[in-house]
Design a protein around this ligand. Structure first.
Ligand code: PMV
Length: 295
């Protein structure tokens, strides 16, 4: 029997636009999924697996030359369909556990690449950022490129105090990514202008993170959210949460991840103001404080 772990993630800037070549900034979370794999005579999935999970298990079987195993989610701190990268965390955890149980000796980069293949089962055309963060954690600037993706560790001058708040609406990433594609196809010129603006925002956000300019970062988050709204991936419940965050001291607030619901991210000045906001939000929704340490 072997266990594997995969981390959740926060996309700070660039979600959706990353699918079309824009840079994105993401952080690995402490929150994780732990999966247990055991060689058996008969195959068995020990959790209520949906269609995608079952298809992923078929993919996992191909990695171990069709040998049988049981696969169980031992614990999960990452709610599904909420923009925190649960499917990538599951795929990474499962592949790590399989590697251990079947002696595949996979290195992290191989685990990441295989998790990317498994992500295609869940999301069709994933950018690759979720599996990177689920495998390696940390803070990174990511850009999808033909050939090798750009993955750069990001230096963080001042710790970032985030509050992550759940809109309570489950957003399906695949549906949202397809919705954006349909919008893009009908409005190519407008979309390419929005994409260029987002590219500028992400570059400025990288500089602001490096300088520890929290005010600038917050205002860039707000502008970024406006663009996400423009491409149709927000939700009325996200808008309500974002308003509460902004009215209660957030320097900036936006959806994070696939959208259509899911978690929103608010940037706060310090831990004290973050915990105060979390206390207010807890009356309305599930939320948690996330510290992104300086590196
Ligand atoms: O909703 P999540 O946690 O799967 O994040 C999706 C991020 C997108 O940019 C919308 C898609 C992608 O593949 O990068």
């Amino acid at each position: 029997m072997a266990i594997g772990t995969g981390r959740g993630k926060i996309i700070f800037f660039g979600e959706h636009f990353v699918v079309y070549g824009c840079k994105a900034i993401g952080f690995g979370l402490e929150k994780k999924i732990i999966v247990e794999v055991k060689k058996t005579a008969q195959p068995e999935i020990g959790f209520s697996a949906d269609k995608n999970c079952k298809r992923a298990v078929n993919f996992f079987k191909s990695l171990v030359k069709k040998q049988n195993f049981t696969i169980n989610i031992k614990s999960s701190e990452i709610p599904p369909a909420s923009g925190l990268g649960s499917s990538a965390a599951f795929n990474v955890a499962a592949i790590r556990a399989l590697s251990e149980e079947f002696g595949l000796g996979l290195e992290n980069m191989q685990i990441n690449n295989l998790a990317f293949e498994a992500e295609k089962i869940f999301h069709g055309t994933p950018s690759g950022i979720d599996n990177i963060l689920a495998t390696f954690g940390g803070a990174a600037v990511f850009q999808k490129k033909t050939g090798n993706n750009l993955i750069k560790p990001l230096r963080i001058k001042t710790p970032l105090h985030l509050v992550m708040a759940d809109s309570g609406i489950t957003g399906q990433t695949l549906i949202m990514v397809n919705k954006v594609r349909a919008l893009k196809e009908k409005n190519e010129k407008i979309f390419s202008n929005i994409l260029a603006t987002e590219a500028m925002i992400v570059n400025l956000a990288v500089q602001a993170v490096k300088k520890g300019d929290l005010q600038k970062l917050g205002s860039l988050m707000n502008i970024n959210h406006g663009l996400l709204n423009a491409i149709g991936v927000s939700h009325i419940e996200c808008e309500k949460i974002i308003s509460i965050c902004r009215e209660n001291g957030a320097l900036g607030a936006k959806i994070s991840g696939g959208g259509g619901g899911g978690f929103c991210a608010a940037l706060m000045e310090n831990k004290k103001s973050a915990l105060a906001l979390a206390k207010i939000l807890k009356k309305q929704c599930r939320c948690f404080y996330a510290l992104i340490p300086s590196v």
